[in-house]
Design a protein around this ligand. Structure first.
Ligand SMILES: [Zn+2]
Ligand SMILES: [Zn+2]
Length: 316
């Protein structure tokens, strides 16, 4: 089958990559669409030391597996857990120490014609959710993870720092709580997309940070943390969404003095994300910039790496 392969140094198209197999636990999925995300771009800079087929955002249909899901359209949770450790037993499989992660850690991902995924990781896509919406389930779930971790009340003042793809999704997830959401960013054209979702937006250089109940750091840049610290009120909550493989030099004293709750936040639950897509309470397709054929995947990845690029999708 066709697959993109990362050997640790370069990405290339392999036209005869071995097709994965279904077994007792894992179904074989034909990939319809896959999304290139910032984590993939980090992998191509050496993040996680990954080698194999990248890609963890996808929608596809079941080719081999349990009869009740054959031919169904599915999305898949990306953490493949051991199922037997303390974390797994407590329902914290996303933190299983021996987990494999699709396209990120010891498991081939979705930039291929087919993938094999544990059946328990699959979610059937509601009929009224199109492929180009369902492919956003994984990043949207990461946005909904915030609501699993902290209680946001109607009327709370929430600021999302960053007008990128993650900021766009986080802002919409948070708005569903009835909170007053503001997005701060540097890109007028991206803020415009957010404003079209009836969410307040401010340009960074016109914004005065202070007094927010909840601050979401999703800038993807190193300076975001300092900005976030200055925006949270005493006893407020700071949610860190950017995975920055770098170091910070900031004083943590303000966190102590202001008794700020800091929450690290990563992957999230698929069910509320799919439900929001089904109810059309969030919009994801405005994020799509271009769809490439899988065979042009190398070019697609370089497009995804351009500053300011929105979502690039791969279609087989
Ligand atoms: Zn991702
Ligand atoms: Zn485990």
């Amino acid at each position: 089958m066709e697959a993109l392969y990362w050997n640790g140094r370069e990405l290339s198209l392999n036209a005869s990559y071995p097709r994965p197999k279904a077994d007792e636990q894992a179904a074989l999925i034909k990939v319809h669409l896959a999304g290139i995300c910032a984590t993939d771009l980090q992998i191509f800079k050496g993040y996680m030391g990954f080698q194999g087929v990248p890609g963890h955002e996808f929608v596809g249909s079941v080719v081999e597996g349990p009869r009740e899901i054959i031919k169904k359209r599915v999305v898949g949770e990306i953490n493949f857990t051991c199922g037997g450790c303390d974390y797994c037993n407590r329902g914290l499989g996303r933190h299983c120490p021996s987990r494999r992660v699709m396209g990120i850690l010891n498991a081939d991902g979705a930039f291929a014609e087919y993938i094999s995924i544990p059946v328990e990781n699959l979610h059937v896509v509601p009929e009224n959710v199109a492929d180009d919406e369902a492919v956003f389930t994984e990043p949207l779930a990461a946005a909904f993870e915030i609501l699993e971790q902290t209680h946001v009340n109607p009327g709370d003042d929430v600021v999302v720092l960053g007008d990128g793809k993650l900021g766009f999704l986080c802002a919409q997830a948070l708005k569903l709580t009835g909170a007053n959401v503001t997005v701060v960013g540097k890109h007028p054209e991206k803020l415009k997309l957010i404003k079209q979702r009836a969410i307040r937006t401010v340009l960074l250089n016109e914004w005065k940070p202070s007094g927010f109940d909840v601050v979401i750091e999703s800038t993807g840049s190193r300076s975001g943390l300092e900005l976030a610290l200055g925006a949270v009120r005493p006893r407020g909550t700071l949610v860190l969404k950017s995975t920055i493989a770098g170091e910070h030099q900031i004083s943590l004293a303000p966190l102590v003095i202001n008794e700020v709750t800091v929450i690290g936040s990563r992957c999230g639950p698929f069910a509320p994300a799919l439900e929001a897509l089904e109810k059309k309470s969030v919009a994801v397709t405005p994020l799509i910039e271009k769809v490439y054929a899988l065979s042009s995947g190398v070019e697609a990845v370089s497009h995804a790496g351009r500053p300011g690029a929105r979502k690039i999708l791969l279609r087989r």
